[in-house]
Design a protein around this ligand. Structure first.
Ligand code: PLP
Length: 219
């Protein structure tokens, strides 16, 4: 299959899962995760009409996206990987959405940078639904207070919550927990679901799914 065919297949599966869940046809946004792939692999996906992409490393994204973005101004680039404070300025300058606000220090750095650059990026708070020690994210019990800090004290434009369930567990309960926390925070957007589980995530209310290998191939 070509990359265009794989993109089409993923879009078809998203549409079918959305229909099965009795949700509105355009309720789920596809974030095409292009990490580790070169601009030459990304360009055909842009030409095929995809506009929303995800990258997990600031430096890697800086190497390929400025040119792609200048060629197609309506692209939307999401940061989906952990952010270091010393990269906050670069991230705010390049990305359109930050999905990985995962601790107070980075929330403060992002808030300061957005004010400095006059760019109010949409943000997601990353929740460590499985309380995995090696994984980034706010603990479920701390999420409501953290979202309030981000929104009310730091003025961040928090649109939703994001999670990466433990690799070896049934993701359903994690998606359900993220949906419950979002509703407690008054947030309507949920970034959850990857190549292996995006249909399940859609059944649990995902409003965006982050799909890499099913489109671009194995990394
Ligand atoms: C790599 C990555 C994805 C995409 O994973 P695939 O299994 O290739 O679809 C989604 N979300 C995050 C945070 C990632 O780092």
């Amino acid at each position: 299959m070509t990359i265009e065919e794989r993109l089409d297949e993923v879009k078809g599966r998203i549409a079918e899962a959305t229909r099965q869940a009795k949700r509105e046809a355009l309720a789920v946004q596809l974030v095409a995760v292009s990490k580790t792939f070169e601009a030459d692999a990304i360009r055909p996906v842009i030409i095929a009409g995809q506009r929303v992409f995800g990258e997990n490393r600031v430096q890697e994204a800086q190497g390929k996206w400025p040119l792609l973005k200048s060629a197609t101004p309506d692209l939307e680039l999401h940061l989906i990987g952990p952010l270091q404070s010393n990269k906050a300025a670069d991230a705010v300058a390049l990305f359109d959405v930050i999905e990985t606000v995962d601790r107070e220090k980075i929330a403060r750095a992002l808030s300061a940078e957005m004010k400095r650059q006059g760019r109010a990026l949409a943000c997601y708070v990353q929740v460590n639904t499985g309380l995995e020690p090696q994984k980034a994210g706010i603990a479920p019990d701390d999420t409501v207070a953290f979202v309030a800090l981000c929104r009310d004290e730091l003025g961040l434009n928090v649109e939703g919550l994001m999670c990466i369930p433990p690799a070896d567990e049934n993701p359903g309960p994690h998606f359900a927990l993220l949906a419950k926390l979002a509703s407690e925070c008054g947030l309507s957007r949920l970034s959850m679901g990857m190549s292996g589980d995006f249909e399940t995530a859609i059944a649990f209310g995902a409003t965006s799914v982050r799909v890499g290998s099913a489109i671009f191939g194995t990394r």
